[in-house]
Ligand binder design. Structure first.
Ligand code: NAD
Length: 332
């Protein structure tokens, strides 16, 4: 298969390598000229995971339209806030029926749309597919086993991704709940920030488990309002990724929470991480979306208040604990 990966950072590099090892003809597009030159010359760049080396057979491109032209599958591994603009710029070169796969986990900050809807709006001739689930790029590069879920409205979209990237080591499940998989992948990053704060203040394993569970409930409520199924939150794109991102120390969003609890500013934390931490932008977008759709999302609200309104992280956790305790419901 002829395949393009957009984004030569940690995840894009690993996905391009995986596709190359599976025998596909791969082009890796990197917009940053310095990072693209490093990929071309050194077969890695400053964002690459530890020990990474881009296989020699993979071509690196700094030009978008030639990079995507004639490709049967395009995989996006970009920060979600640039997905719409990148696809709009590439749209004319994308052939009808091309599988456009989003590996980015977030929401469009301008519209609040899921990544699948963002693809559909920018490239109406494409077949949108989303991939999500508990995968750390570093662990996949290290050859450790993992599972993810590929979702598309028409079954063949997810099946194409499964055939392209699936293996014994990377088990690709399929789903038709596109909205659920998108919302799960985006919102788990916000909950992970809250869990990082909770652990940073040493509130204990019981509080951490409670926060993860109540986070999952609010992810389910938003999923339903966005046209998905709350039960998808019990799967790889919901609970699976939420547990990984909230508890795994490789998680940048957990690191944001730990940093906030340690008194660092958001700017300091993001500069230290050096990679995108999607939960920060998603918190703001999801808070606005929840208000617009009338969904109660207290954890998201508090995370956004800490990140954008200057609310102290400890006060946010205290306010969450002080909320009225009602009946425990799985969905709205
Ligand atoms: N790293 C992981 O383990 C992992 C796993 C699953 C999903 N993801 C998701 O993949 C996406 C990318 O994550 P990453 O870890 O590769 O991030 P990264 O910070 O390592 O790389 C980001 C990439 O986006 C590019 N980029 C940044 N701003 C851009 C712009 N304005 N225009 C065009 N390109 C731009 C960078 O040059 C780089 O290629 C995120 O949505 C993340 O949630 C990451």
């Amino acid at each position: 298969m002829k395949l393009a990966v957009l984004g030569g950072g940690a995840w894009g590099g690993v996905l391009a390598a995986l596709a190359g090892w599976r025998g596909h003809e791969v082009t890796l597009w990197e917009s940053d000229p310095v990072a693209a030159a490093a990929l071309e010359r050194d077969r890695r760049n400053a964002r690459s995971v530890r020990g990474f080396r881009l296989p020699d057979a993979i071509a690196v491109s700094g030009a978008l339209a030639p990079g995507v032209g004639g490709r049967e599958m395009i995989v996006l591994a970009l920060p979600s806030h640039v997905v719409a603009a990148t696809l709009q710029a590439a749209a004319a070169a994308i052939a009808p029926g091309t599988a456009v796969v989003c590996a980015s986990k977030g929401l469009d900050p301008r519209t609040g749309a899921t990544m699948a809807d963002t693809i559909a709006a920018a490239v109406p001739q494409a077949q949108p597919v989303v991939m999500s689930g508990p995968t750390f790029a570093q662990e996949i590069w290290d050859g450790l086993p993992a599972a993810l879920v590929a979702a598309s409205r028409q079954p063949e979209g997810a099946q194409r991704l499964k055939a392209a990237l699936g293996s014994e080591r990377l088990r690709v499940y399929t789903s038709d709940d596109v909205a659920g998989v998108c919302v799960g992948g985006a919102l788990k990053n916000v909950v992970a920030i809250a869990v990082g704060c909770c652990d940073g203040f040493a509130l204990g394993a019981s509080a951490r488990a409670a926060l993860i569970t109540r986070g999952l409930a609010e992810m389910g409520r938003l999923t339903e309002k966005m046209g998905g199924q709350a039960i998808t939150m019990a799967g790889l794109a919901g609970l699976g990724d939420l547990v990984l991102t909230s508890t795994g120390d490789l998680s940048r969003n957990r690191q944001v929470g730990l940093g906030l609890a340690a008194g660092e500013s958001v700017a300091q934390i993001l500069a230290r991480l050096g990679h995108v931490a999607e939960g920060v932008g998603t918190a703001r977008t999801a808070r606005a979306l929840a208000e617009r759709l009338g969904v109660d999302m207290p954890i998201t609200r508090e995370v956004a208040a800490v990140l954008f309104d200057g609310k102290p992280a400890r006060a946010a956790l205290t306010d969450l604990l002080a909320r009225d305790v009602g009946a425990e419901r799985w969905s709205s």
